[in-house]
Structures are given as C-alpha cells and as structure tokens.
Design a protein around this ligand. Structure first.
Ligand SMILES: [Zn+2]
Length: 330
C-alpha cells in the first residue's frame, strides 16, 4: 500500500512538472537567439523580446501551438514581427507569440488574406473574441517564414503576461526559456572579451586579473556573449559586477515590459549590433532587467585600488567570473 502511495505521488509530481511546460513551437528544433539581445534590425534599435527557434532555414515549416488556448489576435505585416499569432492560454493566464510567419493556417489564413486583399501590405491587427478560434497543444497553426525583420526564416517565440494597473493593461514579456520544454544539448561557453573605461578598451583573459582605470565614478562597458554549439551566439542571462566584495550592478534578462522594447540603450553601449553585445555596467534610467544599481551609494567608499569581479551566468546554471582591479586615476 505504502509503495503504491509513493508511486502515485511521484507520478503526480511528474505530471505537474510536465503540464507546466510549453511545447517549443517547432518540432525537434534548436535555439538560435535568446531573450533580451540587442537588435538594430526592423524599424529602430530594440530588445529582442523572444527566443528564436530554427526552422532549418525553411519557409513553410510547420509551427505548433505551445499549449491549449485560443487565438486572441494576429498581426499582419508588422515591421519587426511580420505575420504573428498571439494565443491566450487560460490555464496559465499567459499569451504565447509566434512571429515572422510566412502564412497562417485555416480560418486565420482566410481572415488575414481578406484583410490583405482589402488594405494591402500595411500593418494590421486583427482581434478575436474569446474562444472563437480554439487551438490545442501541438496543433499546427501556421508556417515559418522571414516576414518582418527576420533575415533568415526562423520562428520567433514569446511568452507574455498581462498585468492590469487601474484601467490600463501592460504586457510583460518574459524569458520564454523559463516556460518552454527545451533542453540545450550543445556545449556552451560564457565569454567576456573586452572592457571599456574612460574611452579605452582592455582585453579580458581567463585566469588573469585586468586593471581598469577610472576617474570619479566607473562607467564600465563589457563586450559579452555566450557561444552555444558552433553557430549560435546568445546574450548571457545575468551579468553582475561586484566591487570590494559588494554587489554594485546587476542585469538579468528575465522580463522586459512591452513599453521598454525600444529602450535598449539603457543597457547596451556604442558598437552593439545583432552579433555584438556591449553591456553598460551603469545606467541613469531604470528598466526591468536592471536589478541592482548602487554606484551612487558606494561612490564615496571607492579606494585607489578596488578588487572587482565581473560575473556572467546563463539560464542553465553555468557561471564565469573575470577578476578586475578598478584603479583610480588622478
Ligand atoms: Zn526573434
């Protein structure tokens, strides 16, 4: 009897873990971009608010619903997103997003086509009442493409949470890797290449302490990335700086509000592009990924030489530390 009980409990916990997971939008695919990356494509610089899955460079590859729900809206010809499906999932109170599609399936295709034939290739948003277009987990909903800012065909996938504040609704885009049932099998390498201070650039090397001069308050910028397999480069999930054993600055790409999409310059510095990420370790503005910013508090405690650590972390638990000494210049 006892054995049976244990077995049932284990089975139940396995079921709940599995049921909380969303399916990746493309079958047997792999990650090609991560949440929070800098993008200078589309209309103007912005954060990459989703994660990208390979469609094996194919147009017309099937795209599947991540979980049960209903289609709440479509975007047709969006400058960044292209043709996009939004699915609301009542069980989770979350929305999943599928972008850069070549085409939609079924009733969605019919409606989108009639909108395009009437209004042409301008941006259109089509909203649907609750429950009108139901989809089930794994169901084919559309086909991959490179509409919007996409340079090669792939599927851009997002998880959004709707928060109400008074009469307003604000969408918070979350790192979809927290929700999707995806295991990264390729080798990974977190890397910081260079650090900038006072308009000078210093190379960062493994197992080496790098001296970095500053004048009054350090305004450091680091060039970072994480290499996944041979061909994929993403942004580390978390970047932090400790000075004199205190956490001074921390960025974590866990969530970005929809209205923060066009504020990447609060985090990314000069020279950033689709493949290069210069992260500022200071900011005068506040946006969601900036978790800690204590420069003003610790400014007066800085000495002539300040041991510091630059810490990179990914979502799978890897960590990489670079040792620095911040040296005050007279
Ligand atoms: Zn994308």
């Amino acid at each position: 009897m006892k054995k049976f009980l244990v077995f049932t409990v284990i089975l139940l916990s396995v079921l709940t873990v599995f049921s909380q997971r969303f399916l990746p939008p493309v079958k047997d695919s792999y990650l090609t971009s991560s949440f929070g990356e800098y993008r200078d494509t589309g209309d103007k610089p912005h954060f990459h608010l989703g994660i990208d899955f390979s469609s094996f460079s194919r147009i017309g590859y099937p795209v599947n619903a991540a979980a049960d729900g209903y289609v709440c809206k479509l975007w047709v010809n969006h400058k960044v997103y292209g043709n996009t499906i939004f699915i609301y999932h009542p069980d989770y109170d979350l929305i999943s997003v599928y972008a850069h599609l070549n085409s939609f399936k079924g009733l969605m295709a019919e409606i989108a086509n009639s909108v395009v034939s009437e209004f042409g290739n301008t941006f259109a948003e089509i909203k649907f009442p609750d429950d009108e277009i139901r989809v089930s987990k794994g169901e084919e909903i559309g086909y991959s493409g490179k509409s919007g800012e996409a340079e090669v065909p792939h599927v851009h996938f997002e998880i959004r949470e709707v928060k109400k504040s008074g009469n307003n609704e604000i969408e918070i885009v979350r790192d979809a890797l927290e929700f999707v049932d995806y295991v990264e099998m390729r080798p990974r390498k977190l890397q910081a290449f260079e650090i900038r201070s006072n308009n000078r650039t210093y190379k960062l090397l493994d197992d080496q302490v790098t001296e970095v001069p500053f004048t009054t308050l350090p305004k450091l910028e680091v060039k970072v990335s994480e290499k996944v397999g041979d061909n994929t480069t993403i942004i580390p999930r978390k970047i932090s700086l400790r000075v004199n054993d205190e956490l001074v600055y921390e960025i974590e790409f866990d969530a970005i509000r929809e209205d923060e999409m066009y504020s990447p310059n609060a985090i990314y510095g000069y020279g950033s592009n689709l493949f290069t990420y210069w992260i500022k370790l200071y900011s005068s503005s506040f946006i969601t990924p900036i978790k800690v910013n204590r420069w003003n508090e610790i400014a007066f405690t800085l000495k002539d030489k300040n041991p510091a650590e630059l810490i990179l972390e990914d979502i799978w638990g890897s960590i990489k530390v670079y040792k620095l000494i911040l040296v005050k210049e007279m």
